[in-house]
Design a protein around this ligand. Sequence first.
Ligand code: ADE
Length: 228
Amino acid sequence: MRIDILSVLPDLLRSPLEHSIMKRAQQKGLLEVHLQDLRAYGLGKHKQLDDYQFGGGAGMVMRLEPVVNCIEQLQAERTYDEIIYMTPDGVRLDQGICNQLSMQQNIMILCGHYKGIDERIRTHFITREISIGDYVLSGGELPAAVLVDSIGRLLPGVLNDETSALFDSFQDDLLAPPVYTRPAEFRGWKVPDVLLSGNFKEIEKWRYEKSLQRTQERRPDLLDGDED
Ligand code: ADE
């Protein structure tokens, strides 16, 4: 899978992509991430990217020409399945969206800045608008890193059996059960007996019950089949 991220601050994205599972996915050739520096498409001597908004009001708006030029240059090289805009007024990201996107070949992710992007980019190019939660960040880079990580780890071959995404929270609308490692006792705090029993049927049952209990307590909405 290839992901192009269009940003005015591509450096913000480097570190999250250079470690751990994202690093492994790229080293294995399963994921290619290309950072596109929008400054290179800026206008005039100062490589301008933003401007005052028509109608007045505080805050600058990302101009459309640099973004359109970058998008169209990439589109001339390959077909993109999705052009995603990271924005707090998008659809809230969930595991279902991550699963869908992980099946695509080529996607572009546009990171917003300033007050936002000229609406005409959204109307004419963007296929999906995604928010990572009901709070506002300074730009779309951290949300884009979240999206790439959540998709990248789902690509076949990225995770080994041990860390398989099938057992993640949300994958079956249940939160993950508690986990423990050595020592079996610390300051009198004991690991549940069943996990030490070697009885895998009982262990599976215990994990399922704990998942259900945790979901009921923390996220009853998931059990209702209610997205919100
Ligand atoms: N840009 C700023 N805040 C954001 C959010 N919550 N989700 C996605 N993009 C954003």
